[in-house]
Design a protein around this ligand. Structure first.
Ligand code: MN
Ligand code: MN
Length: 473
């Protein structure tokens, strides 16, 4: 007995889940939308290199879309901007304050990125050159950060409380900074070391100068030339570095990658990609008239474990919802807790895309494929799902129903094959409140490197997914 080929095809169409490439058979309109969205996203990347810069950009964009800082808003306002310490915050879209007990549809991403921070006492001289010491932030491969132009972004708060913004290295006329590496001719010993030790943490020091003050050698003369320059420009002294947040990030703008420009290459896609797309989805949702209360949340400190009062492990989300409830006159703790418990949360963060050079780390059936749409991740964690919040099947069903309804191209993903390593997101910290949470974001190549790569069609479907979530859940 044999089955004829058409019968098999029919059965396949009915029963098989087909992964589809997002570039396949797209219309000209769709092509235009895909490429335009990435142009806007690149602008966000270039103006938001630190969490503080991201908050400034978010406020500007939100204001242009009718959002009002909560301190200035009236009870009649329905779009609020919440800023916590200039490093994290939220956009709140209120459909009906009487529905707070039903909870919010929340999307949350993080705006901190892996990078190098200046130490509290950074400046020193060695071999008649001046350097600044850094301490890396987040999980980086240290060897990737040497011999490349780095820009300096950050703030200094002086003893008197004056805030000084610093950006050096982005304008083509600016100088940049760099970490040097050993020449290959003398690298015999270095070459024997494991990659984790090729460049040690204490070797991540940036070159910042070499001219002694007034061209006269002397004790601290090079340091003093630099400190004089910084004092003239910013009014700061050496002690001010102790109350500063200064980051070194790759200099220059985000770029298209490939002859066909199908990818965006940039530092810090993780997780400005989900931050931007979640925000844009919220801005664009109004035309479709949701009947829910919505939030887009921007967390800090995710890359170092979500600790601190701006991280998802603190009660930040509770403070955000409480501020919103109080604004509309609800001073009621059980309403607050019900509102949190009845919310639904998309934990929006990046995932791994299969790299043909490193295929063995993934289970190809359950790994993200570049260009195959947004990643929906039921669970993260390491070993036996340790550290994962694992979303309930019912909630994943709701989310996939919403995605399918809007023709969102999606794929299911795990971060690497079983026991290969793994990782976590903010998801479990939010599930603490009783709400349903699932991870959902864009696949990347070279995650956590100075130049991460994302597919433009995945960016587009991530945006569509976030919009569908706000529309249909
Ligand atoms: Mn992330
Ligand atoms: Mn990360």
């Amino acid at each position: 007995m044999s089955t004829n080929p058409t019968e098999l095809e029919e059965l396949g169409k009915k029963l098989l889940f087909e992964k589809k490439c997002g570039w396949q058979d797209i219309s000209q309109d769709e092509e235009k939308e895909i490429f335009e969205l990435s142009e806007q996203y690149k602008q966000f990347l270039d103006t938001s290199k630190t969490e503080r810069e991201a908050m400034v950009t978010i406020e500007k964009m939100a204001t242009a879309h009718g959002y009002v800082p909560i301190e200035k808003a009236s009870k009649e306002d329905r779009k609020l901007f919440l800023n916590f310490d200039d490093v994290c915050g939220a956009l709140v879209y209120i459909n009906d304050p009487q529905e707070f007990s039903e909870g919010f549809l929340m999307n949350g991403a993080h705006i901190d990125v892996p990078r190098l921070d200046l130490k509290s006492f950074p400046l020193y001289e060695a071999e008649d050159m001046a350097y600044m010491k850094t301490h890396y932030y987040g999980g980086i491969k240290k060897y990737q950060w040497v011999t490349r132009p780095l820009a300096m972004h950050g703030v200094v708060i002086t003893e008197s409380g004056k805030k000084v913004d610093i950006v050096i290295g982005e304008d083509p006329a600016d100088p940049v900074f760099t970490i040097n590496d050993l020449l290959p001719h003398l690298s015999k010993e270095q070459n024997e070391k494991p990659a984790s030790k090729l460049i040690e943490g204490e070797q991540l020091n940036i070159l910042v100068g070499s001219i002694p003050y007034q061209f006269k050698p002397g004790k601290n003369a090079i340091k003093l030339w630099i400190l004089k320059e910084l004092h003239d420009r910013y009014g700061i002294v050496e002690e001010d570095f102790v109350s500063a947040e200064i980051q070194l990030v790759p200099a220059g703008p985000a770029r298209d990658v490939g002859f066909d420009r199908s990818f965006v290459g940039a530092h810090g896609h993780d997780d400005r990609i989900c931050s931007y797309l979640g925000m844009q989805a919220l801005f664009d949702i109004e035309a479709d008239k949701t009947n829910k209360n919505l939030m887009m949340i921007f967390f800090d400190k995710e890359e170092i474990g979500s600790m601190g009062n701006s991280g998802a492990q603190s009660n930040l989300l509770e403070r955000m919802v409480n501020a919103t409830l109080l604004h509309y006159g609800f001073n009621d703790h059980s309403l607050l807790m019900n509102s949190l418990a009845n919310s639904k949360f998309l934990s929006s963060d990046v995932n791994v895309g299969i790299d043909p050079e490193w295929k063995s780390v993934n289970d190809p059936l359950n790994a993200g494929k570049m260009g195959y749409g947004v990643c929906l991740t039921k669970y993260t964690g390491v070993r036996g799902k340790s550290g994962s919040n694992e979303a309930h099947a019912e909630f994943v069903a709701e989310v996939r129903r919403a995605f399918n309804r809007d023709q969102v191209l999606w794929q299911t993903t795990e971060l690497g094959k079983v026991d290969q390593g793994g990782g976590g997101t903010i998801a479990s910290y939010l599930a603490y409140y009783g709400m349903d949470v699932v991870d959902c974001g864009t696949a990347l190549l070279s995650m956590h490197s100075p130049f991460e790569v994302a597919s433009k069609v995945d960016i587009y479907h991530t945006y569509k997914a976030y919009k569908a979530f706000y529309k249909y859940l």
